[in-house]
Design a protein around this ligand. Structure first.
Ligand SMILES: Nc1ncnc2c1ncn2[C@@H]1O[C@H](COP(=O)(O)OP(=O)(O)OP(=O)(O)O)[C@@H](O)[C@H]1O
Ligand SMILES: [Mg+2]
Length: 173
């Protein structure tokens, strides 16, 4: 199993300098299941921590649940202030679980808070054109994507699933 040369070059440069983080740019990792998006996001998060950056990692659906809980408890503002103190917010697995209208709006506000203030890494199995199926509202989805892509590096993960490949390799011939 290999990753494409162009992706490897971009990923290596993202690790070496972390200058995208200093510039508050985003990394948007798109691709099919099992192609290494979470693996790379985790590694970049660890590297950013190692260099003294504040990082928070959430599966997107988990963050939405937390936001809804904080909203219901009246502590959402405090939680958003805490999120604003991070240098890098990692949102993993946007695309597998659709959000309720309230959930989408709450997540939109977090992304809007990050815009030009903090870096965001998003991993998704869906192309942007399909994000309405996750966020529901077309206008909200385009405003959200617009903010994410404005200062972003888009990493395209291709090939077959590492999981599938590893499972196949275990089958005796
Ligand atoms: N470059 C790599 N070399 C070897 N193994 C890898 C590599 N990248 C990822 N893996 C392994 O492949 C498996 C799948 O990777 P990962 O979970 O990052 O995929 P994903 O793209 O996030 O998938 P999904 O869309 O299902 O969340 C994991 O066990 C991971 O450790
Ligand atoms: Mg993943």
């Amino acid at each position: 199993m290999t990753i494409s040369l162009s992706l490897m070059v971009v990923v290596r440069s993202c690790f070496r300098e972390l200058d995208w983080l200093e510039r508050k740019e985003n990394l948007l990792s798109m691709g099919a299941v099992g192609t290494g998006k979470t693996h790379m996001a985790t590694a970049l998060g660890v590297e950013a921590c190692r260099r003294g950056k504040a990082v928070q990692f959430y599966r997107a659906s988990d963050l939405v649940s937390v936001l809804q809980e904080k909203f219901a408890a009246g502590t959402l503002s405090r939680f958003r202030e805490k999120l604003k103190k991070t240098d890098l917010l990692i949102l993993d697995e946007v695309g597998y679980v659709p959000f309720s209208q309230t959930g989408s709006e709450l997540l939109f506000n977090v992304i809007a808070d990050c815009y030009e203030q903090q870096s965001v890494i998003v991993t998704s199995n869906l192309e942007f054109g399909q994000w309405t199926s996750v966020f529901g509202d077309t206008k909200l989805t385009s405003a959200l994507v617009d903010r994410l892509v404005h200062h972003a590096h888009i990493l395209s993960f291709t090939g077959e699933s590492f999981r599938f490949k590893q499972a196949m390799d275990r089958i005796p011939v």
